[in-house]
Ligand binder design. Structure first.
Ligand code: F6P
Length: 527
């Protein structure tokens, strides 16, 4: 089975949405709140430690109804079943899409080509657990018998962004091992990292699904050469102690000189940008310990269950995806901003860029025809409150409509109440300012009150905020491994729903190939 081929623009609901958009496009959210005293509660979703308030959007009951009908007409429920049950929904690569199996906590079988993949998944997880524990307690040692102090993850794209983001996001839970990431082919990147490392106490984790990626192999070879520099006495046989690899390409890994027992397998039914739940997450497990890594998997599983089993109207990834489609395809917005109010989550926006833009940046539908509608959004963002002193000006007073996801946490990790209250006051204030704006009358009154009456004529228009700018507020109890797992899974499923409705192939990435080919040609010319 594969996903249905339904052009969204030919559905009844799409036509209704076009008509409805004509009626509602200029509606003021303030009047929607006035008309419906229950709006906030109605447009809030609760799940476990998550509270998602999407009431500050330019939509009403009717909008939601038509969007839900669109999901039905796109046969989303059937698509979700196929996504979880191992159908080969990645048709262009003839593969199943089963990152959800990596965090599956029940005892059900998951079949790929009639074979249950769960025993292999569990085996790999217990290899990760065993390896992590032995490194953390110092039982596994470097080539001169010293315990490891540093871990270097060598990978790029999905083999870097996910682990890097999670390790940074969960640094509060970290153990004594220092974790570093080398990704860029820019030689200065790898040299900067190596310059402070001790060969004897550093464990290198080479992560590449294909083990053919130019950046990763070049960096791995440079590091191997550095490791084997004569004056430090390490020889080829010592690679066994200090290097491990994560890949589907066992032959190429062995050719590189990695011992068979140091290879962590992955499978072609896991896409690179969805792979941090398996051995690609080895650096995560090493950094925060396997117990925390397991909690992270459990959080994602809880979100999977919510996504699989919850009616669409209360289904968080479904509702977020539909809102995003509403803006992208009807309001013609081009981008979405993600603003976490936690410095720990600084790497979340770049991770989401790959997740969403590599998945849904497609202009050909599942039939191979050019789409005549917009697909993937541009995703960008950074942390609050930093962004308030950088790009928020454009969101508040610029000419573009840019929907925002604000992400905040009820509790801070270190318990500094003063900072946290100020942080969260800003989290709420930004959503409110975008929504409510500031009218001419309000600016007038305000300036008068402040004694700036003589400047009113000159400055009034510059101080007006139109407001009516949309946002979702995602409030989570605490930044924990479990909740981070659920948050990432939420965005994975949102991306999936968008791809299903846009009728595109979300799980290939042919768009990255041309640049790679041309770079090789330029390289040959340079040599
Ligand atoms: O260039 C794109 C890409 O294929 C991503 O999809 C992937 O995450 C990244 O390269 C790294 O690939 P690999 O893990 O095979 O080295």
């Amino acid at each position: 089975m594969s996903l249905k081929n339904i052009n969204p623009t030919k559905t009844k609901s799409w036509k209704r949405l076009i008509e409805h958009f004509e009626e509602i496009q200029n509606i003021q959210m303030k009047s929607l709140f006035q008309m419906d005293g229950n709006r906030k509660e109605k447009f809030t979703l609760n799940f476990d430690d998550f509270n998602i308030n999407y009431s500050k959007n330019r939509l009403n009951d009717e909008t939601l109804q038509y969007l839900l009908e669109l999901a039905d007409e796109a046969e989303l429920q059937d698509a979700i079943s196929q996504y979880f049950n191992g159908s080969k929904i990645n048709t262009t690569e003839n593969r199943a899409v089963l990152h959800t199996a990596l965090r599956n906590q029940n005892s059900n079988q998951v079949l790929v080509n009639s074979m249950d993949i769960m025993p292999e998944v569990r085996q790999t997880l217990s290899k990760i657990e065993n390896f992590t524990n032995r490194v953390v307690i110092g039982e596994l040692k470097g080539y001169t018998g010293k315990v490891f102090t540093d871990i270097v993850n060598i990978g790029i794209g999905g083999s870097d962004l996910g682990p890097r983001m999670v390790v940074e996001s969960l640094q509060y839970y970290k153990n004594h091992l220092k974790t570093h990431f080398v990704s860029n082919i820019d030689g200065d990147h790898v040299i900067e990292i190596l310059k402070n490392l001790n060969r004897e106490t550093t464990l290198f984790v080479i992560v590449s699904k294909t083990f053919t990626t130019q950046e990763t192999l070049t960096n791995a070879k440079t590091i191997k050469k550095w490791f084997l520099s004569e004056e430090f006495g390490a020889t080829e046989k010592d690679i066994r102690n200090n290097f491990v690899a994560v890949s589907t390409n066992l032959e190429k890994v062995k050719d590189f000189g990695i011992a068979e027992e140091n290879i962590f397998t992955m499978w072609n039914w896991v896409g690179g940008r969805y792979s941090l739940w398996c051995a690609v997450g080895l650096s995560i497990s090493l950094a925060i310990g396997y117990k925390n890594f397991n909690k992270f998997l459990k959080g994602a599983f809880a979100m999977d269950e919510h996504f699989k089993n919850t009616p669409f109207k209360q289904n968080i990834p479904v509702v977020l995806a539909l809102i995003s489609i509403w803006y992208n395809n009807f309001f013609d917005t081009q981008s979405e901003v993600v603003i976490p109010y936690s410095q720990y989550l600084e790497k979340l926006p770049p991770f989401l860029q790959q997740l969403s833009m590599e998945s849904n940046g497609k202009s050909v539908d599942r039939n191979g025809n050019k789409t005549d509608y917009q697909t993937g959004n541009i995703i960008w963002g950074n942390t609050g409150t930093n962004v308030q002193h950088a790009f928020m000006q454009l969101l508040h007073q610029g000419t573009k409509l840019i929907p925002v996801d604000f992400i905040g946490f009820e509790e801070s990790l270190h318990g500094n109440k003063d900072h946290h209250q100020k942080l969260m006051a800003n989290f709420y204030a930004q959503a409110e300012a975008l929504y409510a704006g500031k009218t001419e009358e309000e600016v007038h009154l305000d300036m008068k009150f402040k004694g700036d009456t003589n400047k009113i004529n000159q400055l009034l228009p510059f101080k007006v905020f139109e407001g009516n700018r949309p946002s979702n507020s995602i409030l989570i109890k605490k930044l924990s491994p479990k909740n981070l797992g659920a948050l990432i899974a939420m965005y994975e499923h949102k991306t999936f729903v968008q791809g299903v409705i846009w009728n595109i192939c979300s799980f290939d990435q042919f768009g990255v190939e041309l640049g790679k080919e041309l770079a090789n040609q330029f390289l040959v010319k340079q040599e």
